[in-house]
Design a protein around this ligand. Structure first.
Ligand SMILES: [Zn+2]
Length: 264
């Protein structure tokens, strides 16, 4: 009999796998740049609003309809039109096996160089095709709301729209039906502020998950309280911390407390 669990090689494989999973959850892989994927991607299908490209993987042309339907649904839920003058006439979606974390062009730095481009990894693409993962709607929402002052409102609203259109799906770092439990104080104090995303939101899977989940809870609470139009006023505000008071009649801290008290 062979005792696999006592084999050093087997243990090494386990350690390697654990690290690989961690890397996929949080650390963006940047060996291949956004520019390279755009230069190398092959056109699969083009529609009214969207063009689909593949890079190092094969994409079914029927994905075009999934993205075009999502485009119309994001329009409907948000009441917004895409800023075509800035982002270009069509949204270009690249599905690439060189992508670890799905993102819009330049990720958290998109606002400095706004373009209508989305990068999806193959896992998120397959999840879009079987309606189990709504990250593609999250990224599309970022394009419709590309001008932001609060990163937590940006991420929370993208999850809110994705989960409104496809309830009960996985989105971003959070698997369907799982909540990260207690939200740490360092996450709570960022909600609805203009402070930039901390490094740990990219590098630490546990705090990253809490950051996205709490941002979603906060936005869901605000939209539930006063509707989308009032929320979008707050979203567009230069100083949302002050405007929470005038638009919602409560301090940011109280709104956060109320939002996080809602159980899912
Ligand atoms: Zn996002």
């Amino acid at each position: 009999m062979h005792h696999f669990l006592k084999e050093p090689a087997f243990i090494l494989v386990l350690v390697f796998m654990a690290n690989a999973i961690k890397a996929d959850a949080a650390v963006p892989r940047r060996e291949v740049s956004d520019e390279q994927i755009v230069a190398q991607g092959q056109l699969v299908a083009a529609g009214t609003y969207v063009e689909i490209y593949q890079h190092g993987t094969t994409v079914d042309p029927s994905f075009l309809k999934v993205m075009e339907d999502a485009y119309e649904q994001v329009q409907k839920v948000t009441g917004l039109n895409l800023d075509i003058a800035t982002l270009g006439p069509k949204v270009c979606v690249y599905v690439s096996d060189a992508i670890a974390i799905s993102h819009v062009w330049k990720g958290y730095q998109h606002q400095r160089d706004p373009k209508g481009i989305i990068f999806l990894n193959p896992r998120v693409y397959l999840g879009a095709m079987n309606a189990k993962n709504s990250t593609y709607i999250h990224e599309l929402t970022h394009l419709f709301t590309w001008r932001f002052s609060s990163h937590t409102l940006r991420e929370g609203f993208a999850d809110y729209v994705a989960l409104t259109i496809l309830p009960g799906t996985s989105v971003g770092p959070n698997p369907a039906g799982e909540s990260p439990g207690q939200i740490p104080a360092e996450v709570r104090q960022l909600l609805g502020t203009t402070r930039p995303a901390p490094d740990w939101a990219s590098t630490d899977p546990v705090r990253r998950s809490a950051y996205y989940f709490a941002s979603y809870q906060f936005v869901r609470f605000l939209v539930g309280a006063k509707g989308i139009d009032t929320f979008l006023k707050l979203y567009a505000a230069e100083k949302p911390e002050a405007d929470v008071k005038s638009l919602y009649g409560m301090d940011r801290e109280d709104a956060v407390k109320a939002a996080l008290a809602v159980r899912f």
